[in-house]
Design a protein around this ligand. Structure first.
Ligand SMILES: NC(=O)C1=CN([C@@H]2O[C@H](COP(=O)(O)OP(=O)(O)OC[C@H]3O[C@@H](n4cnc5c(N)ncnc54)[C@H](O)[C@@H]3O)[C@@H](O)[C@H]2O)C=CC1
Ligand SMILES: O=C([O-])CC(=O)C(=O)O
Length: 312
C-alpha cells in the first residue's frame, strides 16, 4: 500500500517523516516541484531507518506523478506558507492554482485516492479540490481542526497543570485566525468540565491564544509551523489507513449539517478506511451556533474568490 505526500517543504516532509515512523504504508512517495528537494529529504529520512527501526520505504520524486500511482491516501501540502503579519487567506492567489493542479494530477494516477488537504487557506483549498476533481465528498478531508484542537488542549494543559492527553477539547469552524471556534464549554478534564477550574477571564484567554496559535508561531519562527501540523496530518492519515474511527475535527463538505450547505468547514467527524464516515452532531448553544454561522460566512466569501481568480 502506498501513501503520497505532495510538497516536500516543512509540513510535507514532517508529515512524511511521521508516516514512515508509524509504518502506515509499505511505500511513501514524497513529491515536490523543486528539483531534487523531495529526493534529498526522502534519502535523509531513509537514513534514520536503521536507528528508528522502521521498514517503510520512502522515495522522493520531482513532479513525477506516475510514481504516485495507486496511492490509497495523498496529503497535499504544496504551496506557499504565510509570513509574519499575513493571514492564511492572503495565500489564495498563489495556492489555488497549485492545489487544483496537484489534485487533478493525483486523481489521474490514483482514482481511488482519499485526499487530505493541508495547504492554506485550507477550508477553501479543500472546497476547491472537491469541486475541481468531482470526488465523492467522503474522500476529501481538510486538515486544520485536528491541529487547532491539539493546540487548544496544549493551552488548556498549561493553565490547568494537566496532561494534554487527559483533556478532551475540540475546535470547530474555519481554520483561520478569526474563524475557528474553540468549544470551551464542551471541554473536559477526564470528563469533568474544564470550566469548573477556570475563571471567565482565563477561559477567554485560552480561547484567544488557541485562535492565534498559528499566527503566534509564524511571528516567532518567521514562517508557519510544521511539527504539530505534520503530526496532525499523519494522525489523520493513520485513522484512515488503520480504520481507527477516531473522532477528529476536519473540514468536510456540509449538506445541511450544522445549518450549512455547499461549504467545507471544520466539524467533528469519524475517520476510517472510506475517508470521513460520519459527522457528529454536537448540541451547540445559541452563541456557538452564531459563531459557526459567522465562520461559514467568512469561508464562503473566500470560496467566492475562487471564481474571481478563475480557479473555479
Ligand atoms: N492546514 C493546516 O493546519 C496547515 C497548513 N499549512 C500550509 O501548508 C502549506 C505548506 O507549508 P510549508 O510546508 O511550511 O511550506 P514550504 O514552503 O516549506 O513547502 C511548500 C512546498 O511546496 C512545494 N510546491 C510548490 N508548488 C508545488 C507544486 N505545484 N507541486 C508540488 N510541490 C509544490 C514547494 O516547492 C515547497 O517545497 C502552506 O500553504 C501553509 O500555509 C501549514 C501548517 C498547518
Ligand atoms: O499559521 C499558518 O499559517 C499555518 C497554519 O495553518 C497553522 O499552523 O495553523
Amino acid at each position: 500500500m502506498k501513501i503520497t505526500v505532495v510538497g516536500a517543504g516543512a509540513v510535507g516532509a514532517t508529515t512524511a517523516d511521521n508516516i514512515v515512523r508509524k509504518e502506515l504504508a509499505e511505500e511513501v512517495v514524497l513529491l515536490d516541484i523543486k528539483e531534487g528537494l523531495a529526493e534529498g529529504k526522502a534519502q535523509d529520512m531513509s537514513q534514520t531507518a536503521a536507528l528508528l527501526g522502521f521498514d517503510s520505504k520512502i522515495i522522493g520524486v520531482t513532479n513525477d506523478y506516475a510514481q504516485t500511482a495507486g496511492s490509497a491516501v495523498a496529503v497535499i501540502t504544496s504551496g506557499i506558507p504565510r509570513k509574519p503579519g499575513m493571514t492564511r487567506e492572503e495565500l489564495i492567489g498563489t495556492n489555488a492554482n497549485i492545489v487544483r493542479n496537484v489534485a487533478e494530477n493525483l486523481l489521474k494516477h490514483s482514482p481511488e485516492v482519499i485526499l487530505v488537504v493541508v495547504s492554506n487557506p485550507m477550508d477553501t483549498m479543500t472546497y476547491l479540490a472537491l469541486k475541481a476533481t468531482g470526488l465523492p465528498k467522503h474522500r476529501i478531508i481538510g486538515m486544520g481542526g485536528t491541529l487547532d484542537s491539539s493546540r487548544f488542549r496544549y493551552q488548556l494543559s498549561l493553565r490547568l497543570g494537566a496532561s494534554p492527553a487527559d483533556l478532551n477539547a475540540i475546535v470547530i469552524g474555519g481554520h483561520g485566525d478569526t474563524t475557528m471556534i474553540p468549544l470551551i464549554k464542551h471541554a473536559t478534564w477526564n470528563s469533568v468540565p474544564v470550566t469548573q477550574f477556570l475563571s471567565a477571564e482565563e477561559q477567554q484567554q485560552i480561547v484567544a491564544d488557541t485562535m492565534v496559535g498559528g499566527a503566534t508561531l509564524t511571528k516567532l519562527i518567521g514562517t508557519s509551523a510544521w511539527y504539530a501540523p505534520g503530526a496532525s496530518s499523519a494522525a489523520v492519515v493513520e485513522s484512515i489507513i488503520r480504520d481507527q474511527k477516531k473522532l477528529f475535527t476536519a473540514s468536510v463538505y456540509l449538506e445541511g449539517e450544522y445549518g450549512q450547505h455547499d461549504i467545507n468547514l471544520g466539524v467533528p467527524v469519524v475517520l476510517g478506511k472510506t475517508g470521513w464516515e460520519r459527522i457528529l452532531d454536537l448540541p451547540l448553544d445559541e452563541e456557538e451556533k452564531a459563531a459557526f454561522a459567522k465562520s461559514a460566512d467568512a469561508v464562503r466569501n473566500m470560496n467566492n474568490v475562487l471564481k474571481e481568480i478563475g480557479a473555479l
